[in-house]
Design a protein around this ligand. Structure first.
Ligand SMILES: Cc1cc2nc3c(=O)[nH]c(=O)nc-3n(C[C@H](O)[C@H](O)[C@H](O)COP(=O)(O)O)c2cc1C
Length: 322
């Protein structure tokens, strides 16, 4: 049972393509994330044995409980993807019915499925039936402003056997615009017919907001996405606030140390060139709030040499420790 794997209230690292790779997930775990999920993986690509997808499925034991997230638009490839993913022995399989980007949703995968709810239910059932591990779903409120049937969808998904649902409080049409609306997430949670864990997602950017939304909507867990980029420390702050403590300040040496570990982990996983490029999204997060940081940032995001980046990180440590 999925519920047996998780705490009463869970902090979840929201899956993000090219962000929640193995090195970053392990760092988030160290700082307190209770549940980890891989980046989304195209079921078609998995079935074709695409190398990139195979790397994305890989995880270490210490990451458990961990889910492999898949997306697709037809039963055959989804079922095939389940059988491949299962060989990695994940704790659960998460279906992505939430991605709004054109190349995914435009083909009826991700949140594109939300204008064909019967198909969404049918494909989810096919995955549940094919899987020997628990299946969970991550989705949105609905397809567009005038169609937000998430309360009904959640019931129907539960009826076909999913063991938890994560809801991002936006529609497909909204993409990432506007503010996430948590009121319908609260309605799903308070629906007396729901018995599986209901996780909320959208715009949580501080430990204070996390606890406020936990208390207001009563969800079983909260996913944090963008606010973790270059800021895995948010999980520690959340844990502290949940224990009634004041969140501690992370010293610069720790930020530099973790940033280096992140870079090194990526180098090990994908090689220097890929790692240097992928790390560029993270520096603003790691060093947010440092006075006159702009020149360092510029060098970090333009440098193509590992030794140069290492050197810059040492300089940052020297400049800002005191
Ligand atoms: C760069 C990026 C990549 C994402 N990739 C995925 C993904 O692979 N799978 C998924 O379910 N959601 C993905 N998402 C959506 C996030 O998991 C999350 O639902 C969304 O960002 C809202 O949460 P937040 O406001 O805490 O960021 C992605 C979001 C971003 C910004």
């Amino acid at each position: 049972m999925f519920r047996d794997l998780i705490p009463e209230f869970s902090l979840i690292l929201s899956p993000m393509e090219a962000i929640t790779n193995k090195p970053f997930r392990k760092i988030c775990k160290k700082y307190g994330a209770d549940i980890l999920v891989t980046e989304f993986i195209a079921s078609d690509a998995l079935a074709r044995d695409v190398k990139d997808s195979i790397i994305k499925m890989n995880f270490d034991k210490e990451e458990r409980p961990l889910g492999i997230q898949i997306f697709g638009n037809n039963a055959d490839s989804l079922i095939k993807a389940v059988s491949i993913a299962e060989k990695e022995n994940p704790d659960f399989i998460d279906i992505n019915w939430g991605c709004p980007v054109k190349k995914v949703a435009g083909k009826g995968s991700g949140s594109g499925i939300m204008n064909d709810i019967p198909k969404m239910i049918e494909l989810t059932k096919a995955v549940v039936d094919a899987s020997s591990v628990p299946v969970t779903v991550k989705t949105r409120l609905g397809y567009s402003e005038d169609s937000k049937p998430i309360v009904e969808i959640a019931e129907r998904l539960q009826d076909v056997g999913i063991q938890a649902i994560s809801i991002h409080g936006r529609t497909r049409a909204q993409m990432y615009k506007g503010e996430a609306d948590w009121s319908l997430i609260g309605e799903v949670k308070n629906n007396p017919r729901m018995s599986i864990p209901v996780f909320g997602n959208g715009d949580i950017d501080s430990a204070e907001k996390m606890i406020e939304f936990k208390n207001r909507y009563g969800v079983d867990g909260i996913l944090i996405g963008r606010a973790t980029i270059g800021n895995p420390f948010i999980f520690q702050e959340c844990k502290e606030i949940l224990r009634g403590e004041t969140p501690s300040i992370i010293p610069i040496w720790e930020k530099v140390e973790i940033c280096k570990a992140h870079l090194d982990g990526l180098v090990e996983l994908r090689g220097e060139k890929h790692a240097i490029f992928e790390m560029r999204k993270n520096y603003s997060g790691y060093f947010k709030g440092l006075a006159n940081f702009k020149p360092y940032r510029l060098q970090l995001v333009t440098s193509v040499l590992y030794s140069e980046i290492e050197n810059l990180l040492d300089q940052i440590l020297n400049t800002y420790s005191e």
